[in-house]
Design a protein around this ligand. Structure first.
Ligand code: BEZ
Length: 325
């Protein structure tokens, strides 16, 4: 064989290998409700880069932030049918399918994001993941956190009575609905994507959110007061469609689970550090940030507790674990 023919054959072989590996590569679609600038979206992007690298290009991940694929309820349906492979989704949405998960939102269950992360890696929260395939058609790969919850108000709010009768945007799911009902607010369920406009046009006059949302969605532009109450944790779940999961071998499952958990675990230290910086940025915009604790809510917290102790035994188990931290 002359040199030219050998060169051509080698090139053909290389091309064939390249084409085969591209054809063999699998792209996983991953959806989120939060904007691309949000820490959850960044975690999803870096997870995708990790997976592509560590699977030697066998997998790639296409990330769709900002509700491009629909609401979280719609994404959960897509995961169920296999139309969507993965999501980093609020535990709030998943709690609509797995009601016991609502106990994770007990007021002052965790004092801060690091405690929240510890609880989410504890026996009770991990056991809740086992229920997901049967109840929601998804596999729960692991938890992460968002910032601790606060209340932003477009009216002056120095005490809890000030919330009474005001329209407060909430993430739509039972524990938070109960919380604001007990506070006497008119809770207005709404996905995070709609909050800025709703606040701007007066559809709501307060928002249950966290510091990152107040800053990145520019909600501070409409704020009189930010009550930094840290009243709840707000977990995110790394989810994969049970259909997609069933097509993966054990090595690929282990790799996807490990890489997802690694990136989600970075969220708690990230928020631990960034929350104070974000608060300073918001204060520099002349918004009054008032730090309040459980006392601010008076007997409302006991009322919530009584209600939820009847709803699920998981709350007592989580309180027990929290007491050990
Ligand atoms: C919310 O509904 O408030 C929310 C959604 C996603 C991430 C953080 C908060």
């Amino acid at each position: 064989m002359n040199k030219t023919r050998f060169g051509c054959r080698a090139l053909m072989c290389l091309l064939l290998v390249a084409v085969t590996s591209v054809a063999g590569a699998r792209e996983l679609k991953l959806g989120l409700i939060v904007p691309g600038s949000h820490a959850w979206s960044k975690a999803a992007e870096t997870f995708g880069e990790d997976l592509e690298k560590q699977s030697d290009g066998e997998y790639s991940v296409a990330v769709f932030p900002a509700g491009q694929l629909g609401s979280e309820a719609q994404m959960l349906q897509q995961l169920q049918t296999g139309a969507l492979d993965m999501a980093f989704m609020t535990a709030a949405e998943v709690a609509n399918r797995v009601p016991d998960m609502g106990a994770l939102f007990a007021p002052y269950l965790a004092e801060n994001v690091m405690e929240a992360d510890q609880l989410l890696n504890g026996a009770t929260a991990q056991a809740l993941l086992e229920e997901l395939p049967r109840k929601a058609g998804v596999v729960g790969l692991g938890y992460g956190v968002a910032g601790m919850r606060l209340m932003l108000t477009a009216f002056p709010a120095e005490d809890v009575q000030a919330i009474n009768d005001h329209k407060i945007r909430i993430t739509p799911f039972p524990p938070v609905q109960d919380f604001y009902r007990l506070l006497g607010a008119v809770s207005t369920p709404m996905p995070v994507t709609d909050v800025y406009d709703a606040l701007a046009n007066g559809q709501v006059d307060g928002v249950d959110a966290d510091l990152e949302l107040v800053w990145k969605l520019r909600l501070y532009e409409r704020a009189k007061t930010v009550l930094r109450s840290n009243h709840m944790m707000f977990p995110v779940l790394g989810l994969i469609s049970a259909r997609t999961w069933s097509q993966l071998d054990q090595d690929d499952r282990d790799l996807i689970r490990t890489l997802t958990r690694t990136r989600l675990a970075e969220l708690a230290p990230y928020y631990q550090k960034s929350q104070a910086e974000t608060q300073a940025e918001i204060e520099a915009k002349n918004v009054k940030v008032i730090e309040v604790g459980p006392d601010f809510f008076g007997d409302k917290l006991d009322q919530w507790e009584e209600l939820w102790m009847k709803k699920t035994p998981v709350l007592g188990e989580l309180r027990g674990e929290a007491a050990e931290l």
